[in-house]
Design a protein around this ligand. Structure first.
Ligand code: MG
Length: 159
């Protein structure tokens, strides 16, 4: 099996009057993330990492924010759709690893629920899905709490 890797990145600003959703988990916070879909930056970064591994484009091309169909969309469903396309292209998902950078809220209590949601969407065992959280040590915009950033790496096997 030939192994392939993809990288994903996403950032969203806080300030939306809706719940904060990360990795499909609704988390108590002062505001949600601004975005056309539900703003789930974890799901978006993982989606782009998988698309990158398969060289199948990017989330903006598949789910354009000009399309009303994706307004307030459940990003975990978009991730599951990308998984379906990657499996249909004869790839096997291997693992994903995610780092979320935010000053607040504390994500540690939610990491295992995020892993479960991502694993379910991807058809992977939970031990193939890693989510880590850290702060930006109060530096720059993320450190001031204006938004958050997510990095993701995905590995797939096949063609
Ligand atoms: Mg996004």
């Amino acid at each position: 099996m030939r192994q392939r890797f993809g990288i994903g990145f996403d950032s969203h600003t806080f300030g939306a009057e809706r719940p904060l959703v990360l990795g499909g988990v609704t988390i108590e916070h002062t505001s949600g993330l601004v975005g056309h879909s539900d703003g789930d930056a974890v799901a978006h970064a993982v989606t782009d990492a998988l698309l990158g591994a398969a060289a199948m484009g990017d989330i903006g091309r598949l789910f354009p924010d000009t399309d009303p169909k994706w307004k307030d969309a459940d990003s975990i469903k978009m991730l599951a759709e990308v998984k379906r396309r990657i499996v249909a292209a004869s790839y096997t998902l291997v693992n994903v690893d995610v780092t979320v950078i935010t000053e607040a809220p504390k994500l540690a209590p939610h990491v295992d629920d995020m892993r479960k949601n991502l694993a379910t969407a991807l058809g992977l065992p939970v031990n193939a899905v890693s989510v880590k959280a850290k702060t930006n040590e109060k530096m720059d915009s993320v450190g001031k709490g204006k938004g958050l950033q997510v990095f993701a790496v995905a590995s797939i096997g096949g063609a």
